[in-house]
Every structure is written in structure tokens, then in C-alpha cells.
Design a protein around this ligand. Structure first.
Ligand code: G6P
Length: 372
């Protein structure tokens, strides 16, 4: 079994390091000469894709956060309203659906019962169903009108890592394909996204290199009882995912917040020494959001928070207010979650290890939940 782990102490560690290939294998063959083309979507017919006037993404757990991140990109490029719903909530709310609705399910295993039942529900109502799945010929892609596979390779650890970044990649490709077919994507945007994809594996590889720094941080924080995560825009669902990872494998109370929401309630939680991870957007490419996040950092710091800032390398604005700074490679703003989530994955893994827990097999959880 040690051989299967490729020399790592856990499958999760191995899978974190496999993310550069997981994302590359997912976009390979789908971005050619700066043009995004997903044959499985083309097979649905251009007319059908042009008629879509609303997209509902359904998923559970980590896949739902990939869905939330994907929603920003799909709306940006395809100009279709996108909402994200948990599969088990979607089915029981009597959802408003029409033949021009597209339901995109996201599932690593393709066997999650809640998501499968939601897909069947949508299909029975004549909705176009697209599956983003990591497992060839699983039930959900077989039940769907189109399957866009992520090529992350088998994921063994219960806590999802490489499937998550591959899911974001696949959803971005769907957004670009839809945008091109619908005429809402400018050639400049398509070229910019294609070049972001090209640089992505190297950027993710650099993010993987934060391991040693994060291991030290986790070592000092081994007796932490609660951790908060803050982000804005695509950084918000990334924060939610960082918190989920910590709950899942380190059994630590953790919550993610939209940074702008702080002053509307969560700031009351900030007390002396409270660790807070803050996902800081690029100062060059997102100057307005960057300055807003820096003010959020100042607000929590003034109330005693211990700030761990995840910043673009070269960003010095945060330095005076952060206790720890984790530097990320330069990426297009929409692609930030794909690098920023990596240190959060390492942090959960290292904290779990520091507490002597089983990283790959957390208590009470299953890799794939095949009951409702
Ligand atoms: C379980 C796993 C999670 C996963 C979720 C969705 O709860 O423990 O890690 O995110 O199911 O799984 P899926 O296979 O549908 O992506």
C-alpha cells in the first residue's frame, strides 16, 4: 500500500501533489490553439446550448464549492444566470425548471445518491442534464444527456483535493464553450483564458511547494480549536472549502465567510488569538477587491485576530497586518481558487497529522455516500 501512496504518508498528500497533472489532464485536448471545444457539449447541438436561459448546478460537499466557483466563471463568459444548489435541497423545493434550463451536476464518484436522485428528477422534467464526473461510466454520467469527465485519476482519500481542482477546471471549460457558442465570449477573453490554462499546471505546482511552510504553521497550531476563513468573489467558496477540509479530517470547528459579510455578524467572533486565513485577491488585477480585503484584514487584526494571509507574491500591502504570509504565483483572478486552495488542503492535512489522526479515513465519513 505504501507503494500506491507514491512514498507519501497518505493518499491525500499524494493527491494534493497530483493536482498539476489533474488540471492539465482535464483541459488537455479541450483547449486547442486558444479555442475551447468540448465534443460532449457539441454533441448536444448548438441550438440547444444557445437556448439555455438558466443553469442550476447541483452537487454535495466539496463538489458544491467547485460548483459555486464555476458559477462565477460561467456567468462571466456565457452570460447565463447560474445558481448552485445542494442536490438534496434542490429536489425537495419544487424547483422552477423549464426545457431551457440546464442542470449541471458535479460529482467525483458519480454515485452520490442525493445528486443522482436530483439528476433523475431534472431529467424527468425535460431539462438538459450535464454531468461533471471523475469516474468513467458511473451512474450519474450515464443518466445524463452529456458527460464532461474530469481526468484527475482515481481519488482514494476521503477528503477531496485533486477532484476539486479538476472540477473547477471542467466547469470553466463548460463556461468558455457555452460563451463561444452563444457569442458572449470575446476573442480576447477566450485567448486570456486559454493562456491562463496554459500557465495553470506550473502555478498549481508552485502552490504545492508551500507544503513545508504550511507544515510548520500547522505544527505551531496543533491545539487550535477554531479556525475562520475569509474570501471574496471566487475566494468566498474557496474559504468554505478550506473550512470543510479542516472539519473533515482535523475535526476542528471551522467556518468560511464572505469577507464583506464580516461586519454583518461574524466579526463578533474575533477574539484575541483567533486564527483567520484570508484569501487576498491580486493587487494588480483586482485592485478594488484587494483594497477591500486589506481593510477587512485591518478590522480583524485590530480585534486581535491572528491573520494568515494568502497573497499573490510581490503583494506587500498586507505585510504590516499579517502574522503569516503565504505567497502564491501570479494567476488570472478567476483562476486564483485553483492555487489558493492548495495551502488550505495542506493545512488540514498537517493539522490532522499533528493531532495523530487518520488523514485518509476520517471518522463518520465515506468517500462516496450512496444512500439518501
Ligand atoms: C462525500 C465525501 C465528500 C464529497 C461528497 C460529494 O460526502 O465525503 O468528500 O465531497 O461526498 O461526493 P461526490 O462523489 O458526489 O463528489
Amino acid at each position: 500500500e505504501a507503494a500506491d501512496k507514491g512514498g507519501w504518508s497518505s493518499f491525500m498528500a499524494k493527491e494534493i501533489t497530483e493536482q498539476p497533472e489533474a488540471v492539465a489532464n482535464t483541459f488537455r485536448g479541450r483547449v486547442v490553439d486558444g479555442r475551447v471545444e468540448i465534443p460532449e457539449l457539441s454533441a448536444l447541438g448548438e441550438e440547444r446550448l444557445r437556448e439555455v436561459d438558466r443553469i442550476v448546478i447541483i452537487a454535495c460537499g466539496t463538489a458544491s464549492y467547485a460548483g459555486q466557483i464555476g458559477a462565477y466563471a460561467i456567468e462571466r463568459w456565457a452570460r447565463v444566470p447560474v445558481e448552485v444548489q445542494l442536490s438534496h435541497e434542490f429536489r425537495y423545493r419544487d424547483p422552477v425548471l423549464s426545457p431551457s434550463t440546464m442542470v449541471i451536476s458535479v460529482s467525483q464518484s458519480g454515485e452520490t445518491m442525493d445528486t443522482l436522485m436530483a439528476v433523475k428528477y431534472a431529467k424527468d422534467r425535460g431539462v438538459t442534464t450535464v454531468s461533471v464526473c471523475n469516474t468513467q461510466s458511473a451512474t450519474i454520467p450515464r443518466e445524463s444527456d452529456a458527460a464532461v469527465y474530469t481526468h484527475a485519476g482515481p481519488e482514494v482519500a476521503v477528503a477531496s483535493t485533486k477532484a476539486f481542482t479538476a472540477q473547477i477546471t471542467a466547469l470553466y471549460l463548460i463556461g468558455l464553450h457555452l460563451g463561444r457558442v452563444r457569442g458572449t465570449l470575446s476573442p480576447e477573453e477566450e485567448a486570456q483564458a486559454a493562456s491562463a490554462f496554459e500557465q495553470l499546471p506550473q502555478a498549481v505546482a508552485e502552490a504545492v511547494e508551500t507544503h513545508e511552510q504550511i507544515a510548520q504553521l500547522a505544527h505551531w497550531m496543533a491545539d487550535t480549536r477554531s479556525v475562520l476563513f475569509l474570501g471574496r468573489h471566487v475566494g468566498y467558496p474557496t474559504a468554505l472549502e478550506g473550512a470543510l477540509k479542516l472539519k473533515e479530517i482535523a475535526y476542528i470547528h471551522a467556518e468560511g465567510f464572505a469577507a464583506g459579510e464580516l461586519k454583518h455578524g461574524p466579526i463578533a467572533l474575533i477574539d484575541h488569538g483567533q486564527p483567520v486565513f484570508v484569501l487576498v485577491p491580486s493587487p494588480r488585477r483586482s485592485p478594488v477587491m484587494h483594497s477591500k480585503v486589506v481593510s477587512n484584514i485591518q478590522e480583524i487584526r485590530a480585534r486581535g485576530a491572528r491573520v494568515i494571509a494568502i497573497v499573490e507574491k510581490g503583494d506587500t500591502a498586507v505585510l504590516p497586518y499579517a502574522d503569516d504570509v503565504i505567497r502564491m504565483p501570479l494567476t488570472d483572478p478567476l483562476f486564483e481558487p485553483l492555487v489558493q486552495v492548495v495551502p488550505l488542503q495542506w493545512f488540514a492535512l498537517e493539522l490532522s497529522t499533528a493531532k495523530g489522526l487518520d488523514v485518509d479515513q476520517p471518522r463518520n465519513l465515506a468517500k462516496s455516500v450512496t444512500v439518501e
